[in-house]
Ligand binder design. Sequence first.
Ligand code: 5GP
Length: 178
Amino acid sequence: MSRESVEPYLSAEIIAARTAELGREITVAGITDQPLVVVCVLKGSVIFFADVVRHIDMPTNLVFLGVASYGASMETSGAVRLTHDLTLDIAGRDVLIVEDIVDTGLTMNYLLRTLGARKPKSLRVCTLLHKPARMRVEVPLDFTGFTIDDVFVVGYGLDYDERYRNLPYIGAMRFQAD
Ligand code: 5GP
């Protein structure tokens, strides 16, 4: 048995400031004739997505994509599957994937291959967090909020066993043996 606790890692204020900057970076980079298709990867990126899209100053279409992710385990299995598909045809469209965290890169690699096969005009990635220490596949990241150490983080949409998503800040999980 072990007891878990959460230590503050990134405050709500720091996240809010960086999210606003990311929205401005996306706006500046985003010359497009049709609304930018912004993809929320459920469930982890839902809170970051809701915040960052409000700082993107251009026409957008907001869409949702579900992928199976971590359960109680903290290790990725490498097997990724769609649990909810987009409700919009992205062929010929400028698309931005919004993710909570790129860890091994396997999920993002899967998303880029799956959405890339639908022939969008462009496909870019915005991730709030990036853990380079654990990368197993190289994936291009166009907009990155924070590069973090090899710690398991929760809060601001990120879960441990479906808990902690509603924390307004990002915390690092600690486990102590009883
Ligand atoms: P990857 O496929 O890059 O290894 O992992 C992507 C997914 O794993 C993320 O979307 C997220 O759901 C989960 N994940 C990876 N690292 C963490 C972490 O530190 N904390 C939490 N809560 N989830 C993580």
